[in-house]
Design a protein around this ligand. Structure first.
Ligand code: NAD
Ligand code: DAU
Length: 341
């Protein structure tokens, strides 16, 4: 089996490639990645010399990129993925997330190969009470979420119109090793370690449903092997927490691990102006994937967050190279004004 994994140099897909190479010893994986600011080949250093792995630098929007390439299935992880960046400039989101997905769908249709679209719970918008299931209406609130909802619609249309064998997964918030530090959890860990203010949007009571990235990777793999073509599967781990609770938990753990003054770290918490269109709560009902594929999350949040904090603390070279590049410019644009007072 030859899989084309797109966006494999990013956070989730690099974890997926590592998982799939080890879980399926007869699989070959082609990683197609444009290497945007979020793509980092260091995420794959430990497996890059495997003879079952090939890297191709390329853009999923390039109509010619897949010419002559052979594979049995496409797993599309590639995307512009950060909500705050989509508020600053939505154009790259529309290009990659919509046109890129369209281009891959066309390639899958021509070859009649299986297609898995990695989507997000954000397509459903915000929910006050209860849980999103696969029949919840798509009500995206950020340009990022709207671009992901658009790509989901295209996948659906290719299933209905061209009978493409395709599935969609919609996962909640991931955390774990190799996550780019623009996202909440790595940002809090690094700012705590570096003694920098921790920006909390609004009142800090927005709720996310956190899942460890390896559980998400196992879920994608379960849907790929045991999901029914044409179906959508929500992925979540019933782990809802308000942001401020996550932040305090991380600061407490960092203080313990590095033997720092906990109260001093708590003083870094800085409430700042809210994100525009900030979704209040996401909550996923994962019953369909559990019953349909037998998948269940395995990592408890307490265990996962501790391992993640330890990973960032012991992989300083990895994040130091990132925060000394384009990231600082983004960080100053995003937080400079907000953190002023
Ligand atoms: P990421 O930003 O860490 O990685 C994205 C990768 O895609 C990078 O390697 C980047 O170089 C690559 N890429 C971007 N544009 C490309 C293009 N035009 N052509 C080829 N490659 C391109 O993202 P992530 O957090 O790992 O998310 C992966 C997928 O999972 C995305 O589709 C995202 O919407 C979805 N998702 C993410 C989360 C989360 O919590 N991070 C949750 C649910 C779903
Ligand atoms: O739900 C799945 C989605 O989760 C994915 O589709 C996205 O790709 C991924 O980025 C993530 O989106 P969020 O916007 O929920 O994640 P983020 O880490 O940006 O923010 C998590 C919460 O923390 C959110 O309520 C905003 C808040 N936040 C975030 C940052 C970066 C802060 O309070 N301060 C911050 O500095």
């Amino acid at each position: 089996m030859k899989l084309l994994v797109t966006g494999g140099a990013g956070f989730i897909a690099s974890n997926y490639i590592r998982y799939a190479l080890s879980a399926h010893p007869d699989y070959h994986i082609i990683n197609l990645d444009k290497l945007t600011y979020a793509g980092n080949l260091e995420n794959l250093r430990d497996i890059e010399s495997s003879n079952r792995y090939t890297f191709i630098k390329g853009d999923i929007c390039d109509e010619k990129i897949l010419e002559g390439m052979e594979f049995d299935a496409i797993l599309n992880f590639a995307a512009e993925s950060h909500v705050d960046r989509s508020i600053l400039d939505a154009q790259p989101f529309l290009r990659t997330n919509i046109m890129g997905t369209y281009n891959l769908l066309e390639a899958a249709r021509r070859r009649d190969c299986f297609f898995l679209q990695v989507s997000t719970d954000e397509v459903y918008g915000s929910i006050e009470k209860g849980f999103f299931n696969e029949d919840s209406p798509l009500l995206p609130n950020s340009p990022y979420a709207a671009s992901k909802a658009s790509s989901d619609m295209l996948v659906r249309a290719y299933v209905e119109t061209h009978k493409l064998k395709a599935v969609i997964t919609r996962c909640s918030n991931n955390y774990g090793p190799y996550q780019f530090p623009e996202k909440l959890i790595p940002l809090v860990i690094l700012n705590a370690v570096n003694g920098k203010p921790i920006p909390v949007y609004g009142d800090g009571m927005n709720v996310r449903d956190w899942i460890h990235v390896t559980d998400h990777c196992r879920a994608v793999d379960a849907v790929f092997h045991r999901g029914a073509p044409g179906e959508v599967y929500n992925i979540g781990s019933r782990n809802e927490r308000p942001n401020i609770e996550i932040i305090k938990l991380i600061l407490k753990k960092v203080a313990e691990i590095l033997d720092l003054d906990e109260a001093g770290l708590m003083d870094l918490i800085s409430f700042v102006e809210d994100r525009k269109g900030h979704d209040r709560r996401y909550a996923i009902d994962p019953l369909k994937i559990e019953e349909g594929t037998g998948w269940k999350p395995e990592m408890s949040f307490e265990q996962g967050i501790e391992k993640t904090i330890e990973w960032y603390i012991s992989n300083k070279d990895w994040w130091q190279r990132i925060i000394s590049g384009e990231y600082m410019q983004y960080y100053n644009t995003q937080y400079g004004e907000r953190l002023k007072d």
